[in-house]
Design a protein around this ligand. Structure first.
Ligand SMILES: [Zn+2]
Ligand SMILES: [Zn+2]
Length: 349
């Protein structure tokens, strides 16, 4: 089968690079990635992760400065917001609206987190909600254990593919498909930008004590690795540790500590109960920094129509393993406890 045929089968765009450059395109199929049966680690696919982790060790040579550490922390929070607010709550769940131009920049900011493209991310995440913690869940710690759900699933060839059929609401934007196919472009520019910024600061503000390599190690490697593991805890730890307010039919939990490091994603049981809402902390005491950030973007007019948590969800109180009541209406009303949430996954527009 030639490359062109493989592209038209797997890509949302019909054009392809010449064969000798095809490896630059994440839609390029080098092997049978549609094998959906095996859940085994593919060890050579850990090489990029090993590179990112080993790169952190270069700090031994570059040292540290308050400038480098400060920028690394800032970029952790900014890029975490890009993942939670844009990759998750916008591209995956369409929980608010924005302009085409803004969504393009949301995608670029998300790509700088080095967690692949927005369409790949959203397509896999929608599938997670559809079959959460069931046999077909691609990253369930209940089904496959901690390490598989944390990062093993990413090494699986079948999970390398962007399943465009699950994200037809997004594939109509060719600029998003382009960014998704060439998902290495923004990370390369991000790394280059850090190096140049560090070199400029070294030349013009030597008192800050930083340089190109130091900024690259702290913000390109260390900040990105911590960000990667922080994000992955929602797939691994947040389906094991924490409380369950709702019987969502899966093992999703609400966990304050994970909510703090992920800007609000730790209210994961809430989220599985109603994925279409822009907020995941359903009450004022459930700290949800992403939601506060989205409210700020709404206040300045960049986004609008943030989907609220419906009153019917607030009135549901999970009281025991077998009882699910609408308490403010009639405590005796029993609702099917194993309520699946897939119907709530439909993109909200
Ligand atoms: Zn989940
Ligand atoms: Zn979700």
């Amino acid at each position: 089968m030639n490359t062109q045929i493989l592209f038209t089968q797997n890509s949302a765009m019909s054009w392809a690079l010449p064969g000798w450059l095809a490896w630059l395109d994440s839609d390029h199929v080098l092997e049978d990635r549609n094998d959906d049966t095996d859940k085994k680690w593919v060890w050579h696919r850990l090489i990029p992760f090993a590179f990112l982790h080993l790169g952190c060790l270069a700090v031994v040579f570059t040292g540290w400065s308050w400038t480098a550490v400060g920028v690394a922390v800032l970029l952790y929070w900014v890029r975490m917001f890009a993942i939670t607010g844009f990759y998750h709550r916008y591209f995956s769940h369409r929980s608010f609206k924005t302009t085409r131009l803004a969504q393009f920049f949301f995608a670029i900011l998300g790509l700088s987190a080095i967690q692949r493209g927005p369409l790949w991310w959203a397509a896999h995440h929608r599938e997670h909600h559809r079959v959460s913690d069931q046999a077909g869940d691609i990253h369930s710690p209940v089904q496959e254990g901690f390490w598989w759900s944390h990062m093993g699933w990413i090494t699986r060839p079948a999970n390398m593919v962007t399943h465009y059929s699950r994200i037809k609401d997004l594939t109509k934007f060719p600029e998003l498909v382009f960014l998704n196919r060439f998902d290495w472009l923004v990370p390369v520019l991000y790394a280059l930008g850090l190096f140049v910024l560090g070199a400029v600061l070294e030349t013009f503000q030597p008192g800050l004590g930083t340089n190109g390599l130091q900024l690259l190690v702290w913000c390109g490697f260390i900040s990105t690795v911590v960000l990667f593991h922080g994000t992955c805890t929602i797939n691994s730890l947040c389906h094991v540790f924490g409380a369950q307010r709702y019987d969502t039919g899966d093992d999703s939990r609400n966990n304050l500590w994970l909510a703090l490091i992920t800007l609000g994603e730790g209210w994961h049981n809430n989220h599985h109960q109603y994925p279409g809402a822009a907020r995941q902390g359903f009450y004022w005491w459930e700290i949800d920094m992403t939601y506060y950030g989205l409210k700020l973007l709404e206040a300045v007019g960049i986004i609008w129509d943030l989907h609220p948590v419906p009153a019917s969800v607030y009135s549901q109180t999970f009281t025991s393993a077998n009882t699910f009541t609408t308490s403010n209406l009639n405590p005796s009303i029993q609702v099917q406890p194993r309520l699946r949430t897939s119907k709530l996954m439909e993109p909200c527009r």
